[in-house]
Design a binder for this molecule. Structure first.
Ligand code: PLP
Length: 387
């Protein structure tokens, strides 16, 4: 049997009939949009993620775009983010008319460098062309960014902080979820993420009721919400009153039903991912550069990413042995043509170096020790042969 890079079928088999029953229940109910599972999954995500308010939405990309819209971030505004991430992190800025500003990451964790973040904000302020408004930290490959240090920088400059936890939902730092420091945490339920559904979906977690209310409105075409109609009377159903320009970013009820099932085993899967990561570290730590987790941090290991000099050689060697691997990310966003017009003050040397060296190994909660040993043995053989 080939080694899967991510094994969603093993998870599906584990969840069994109740998962399929939950989907069929929605199909039979007819409540395909905003059915009762939506409110229930928002509640459960809040319990899990230690956040009082949760908005489910259409995708992890829209989950980042919605708070930018709620804060009125647009033309002339700067939003700081890493370049070593999935394109969606930076794409939402142009979508609302704002400019991404790329900041370098720390070697080892690949997460935003708080010192370079502060310097980039100062540089943009000194230049005087863009107004700094927000920072998007990314929990890349599953591990928490350095939130205490990043939040100190955003506080100092009066900026909003978004935790893009699409890969890191469930990660903690000193026992706290990123929302402890961030204004909002966003996540994606794309199937391959640590907590995925069976299609597209996302969520925005926050601590501020007024912000949540605005997000509820923006999710459905700027519809009138609690705070818009409080104390007023209407001739028509205020449901069709549109107070602001929003979008359609509802999550399907079927996806909420899938997530409710997956949430029952999510803690257990995070523990299993950590055992797999420990086993890789023990088996590979002396031959390649293995990931470093921030002190006090627990990663959810969306990816297990190593670094080596001859990355392309090792990828080819594994492929010949029928072992899948992947490179996240071969071209950092600031070096993509369409994003090259946006500022990256001071350059991004750590990001540029990592892009040539990183590769990710098979990682999922159901990776067997036998399969893992095959991966480890193949890498050790390659390193031994090539000195
Ligand atoms: C996957 C991902 C997103 C986007 O999520 P979608 O649900 O695919 O829109 C955003 N940021 C990061 C870091 C991601 O990995």
């Amino acid at each position: 049997m080939p080694i899967p890079f991510i094994d969603l079928q093993a998870q599906r088999a584990r969840l069994g009939q109740p998962l399929e029953d939950a989907i069929v229940k929605v199909v039979r109910s007819g409540a395909y949009i905003m059915g009762p599972e939506i409110a229930e999954v928002e509640k459960q995500l809040g319990v899990f993620g230690q956040a009082p308010f949760v908005l489910s939405c259409g995708s992890g990309t829209e989950a980042i775009q919605l708070p930018l819209m709620a804060w009125g971030i647009g033309p002339g505004d700067a939003v700081f983010c890493p370049s070593f991430t999935f394109a969606a992190t930076a794409e939402v800025m142009p979508l609302v008319g704002a400019s991404p500003v790329f900041v370098d990451v720390l070697p080892g964790t690949y997460n935003l460098d708080p010192v370079k973040l502060d310097a980039a904000i100062e540089a943009i302020k000194a230049e005087g062309k863009l107004t700094p408004r927000a920072v998007i930290a990314v929990d890349l490959f599953g591990q928490p960014a350095d939130y205490p240090a990043i939040a100190a920088v955003t506080k100092k400059h009066g900026l909003k902080l978004i935790a893009d936890s699409a890969q890191g939902f469930g990660c903690t730092l000193n026992g706290q979820h990123p929302i402890h420091w961030a204004d909002v945490t966003t996540t994606s339920f794309f199937p391959a993420k640590p907590l995925g559904c069976y299609g597209d979906g996302g969520a925005v977690l926050c601590k501020d009721e007024r912000l949540h209310d605005l997000l509820v409105s923006l999710r459905v075409h700027g519809q009138a919400v609690k705070s818009d109609i409080a104390g007023k009377t209407f001739d028509h159903d205020p449901k069709y009153l549109n107070m602001r320009i929003g979008m359609n970013s509802r999550m399907d009820t079927i996806q909420a039903a899938v997530l409710l099932q997956k949430l029952t085993i999510f803690e257990d899967e995070i523990a299993a991912r950590n055992l797999v990561a420990d086993r890789y570290a023990a088996g590979l730590g002396d031959v390649v550069s293995v990931p470093k987790v921030i002190e006090g941090g627990v990663s959810v290991w969306a990816q297990y990413t190593i670094e080596t000099e001859d990355r392309d050689g090792l990828v080819a060697h594994l492929k010949a042995a029928e072992i899948p691997s992947a490179v996240y990310y071969p071209i950092p966003i600031h070096r993509q043509e369409i994003y090259s017009r946006y500022p990256a003050p001071g350059g991004l040397p750590v990001t540029d170096a990592a892009a040539d060296r990183v590769m990710s190994l098979p990682m999922h909660p159901y990776l067997t020790p036998d399969h893992q040993d095959q991966v480890i043995a193949a890498i050790r053989a390659f390193v031994k042969r090539n000195g």
